[in-house]
Design a protein. Structure first.
Length: 372
């Protein structure tokens, strides 16, 4: 087992690293970390094309046309079908029939968000390694949704992939069990739990939050705010941030959790909310660069001088972080390194037919730029 160490900040005693992430494990009852309201009915089975057709008020053949040849249906119908697909997490599976027999050379990759530069870099690096070994990467999106994740896992029974790669860790115990039953190599990533399904190329989100608190407090900030996803890795980063901030005598003045992170526009909205809040804050840790970049752009519209009026720290290190003005301080995640290591673990297992598990924790790096 290889455990790479994160880079500790200079404030206070060095933090023992890496720290395991206390990842939520969702039992079949769904008592812990419940899914979004529309997910509940879909957790028992993956949605079918008939379900999409019924919800959209069209025939199954119209759904098929909308997904395969959108130019053949009206714009209104296409919009309805796409909205239902988004809501239900429906996943079409055109590859399954061709793979029902024989040994598959397809590796299924499920990314959390196709908008994310880091996830795309991870998929690209993983694909490069696997292609050299004679395998092809097929990519799907889970959108941080239990329903979409469940539909994706169910589709794997028909697809029969050679292996599976997730840019995340699987929280639902039913899905963890179903993935083990596939009997193929599995790599999870982007968190550092004690109990991965199979192999893991992780980062410690808990330590990322701690690094953020250490950096902001070292810059003289004492009234801190957190903005990030309400579950999954966002919750882990918040835990590390809150814990370390309090150890250092800083106050968490505001926590703003978001359900979706799709674009920079959410960052614009959140910053306006923070400004309108009665809480006085002098620094914000955005646990996602997309939100942080949106907030930096909005700060200019609001006439704020960064970091004098407000310090902003992101996480991810998007390519825009260094190019914008002011440039964004951030905790860098090397998505390409994660994907390359995942590809190497998978190709080794596939070619050598071994069952030795691999667990690695890759380093995080705090990059100070103009916003802090």
């Amino acid at each position: 087992m290889t455990e790479a160490r994160n880079e500790p900040a200079s404030q206070g005693a060095p933090t023992p690293l890496p720290t395991f992430d206390e990842v939520v494990r969702v039992q079949p009852t769904g008592r812990t970390a419940p899914a979004r309201s529309h997910d509940a009915a879909l957790l028992a089975r993956p949605p079918r094309i008939e379900d999409v057709a019924r919800e959209a008020g069209v025939s199954p053949i119209t759904v098929s046309r909308a997904l395969r040849s959108p130019g053949l249906v009206s714009p209104a119908t296409l919009e309805r079908v796409r909205a239902v697909v988004e809501t239900t997490g429906y996943v079409s599976n055109p590859h399954a029939s061709a793979l029902r027999s024989g040994r598959s050379t397809v590796v299924a990759a499920f990314v959390s968000n196709l908008v994310s530069q880091q996830y795309n870099e991870a998929a690209d690096a993983c694909s490069e390694i696997l292609e050299a070994a004679g395998y092809q990467l097929m990519i799907g999106q889970t959108s941080y949704s239990y329903a979409r994740e469940t539909a994706a896992v169910q589709s794997l029974r028909a697809l029969k992939p050679a292996a599976v790669f997730f840019t995340g860790v699987v929280e639902l115990e039913d899905n963890r069990r179903a993935l083990r039953e596939l009997g193929v190599p599995i790599v999870e990533s982007w968190a550092y739990p004690r109990d991965p399904i199979d192999m893991l190329v992780g980062i410690s989100n808990t330590d990322g939050g701690r690094m953020a608190a250490e950096h902001l407090v070292a810059r003289g900030r004492r009234r801190l705010a957190f903005v990030g996803r309400s579950g999954g890795r966002g919750r882990l980063r918040l835990h590390g941030f809150e814990t370390r901030a309090r150890e250092l005598g800083a106050e968490i003045a505001l926590v703003r959790e978001v359900e979706h992170v799709r674009s920079m526009s959410e960052g614009h909205v959140v910053l306006r909310e923070l400004i309108a809040s009665a809480q006085r804050i002098d620094a914000v840790f955005f646990a996602n660069d997309l939100l942080a970049i949106g907030a930096v752009l909005e700060s200019r519209r609001q006439g704020l001088a960064l970091p004098d009026d407000l310090a902003i720290l992101g996480m991810g290190d998007s390519e825009f972080a260094a190019e914008m003005s002011p440039s964004l301080s951030t905790i860098a995640i090397d998505g390409r390194a994660i994907g390359a290591r995942a590809g190497a673990l998978l190709s080794t297992r596939l070619l050598a037919s071994g069952d030795t598990p691999g667990r690695e924790c890759l380093p995080l790096r705090l990059i100070q730029r103009e916003t802090t």
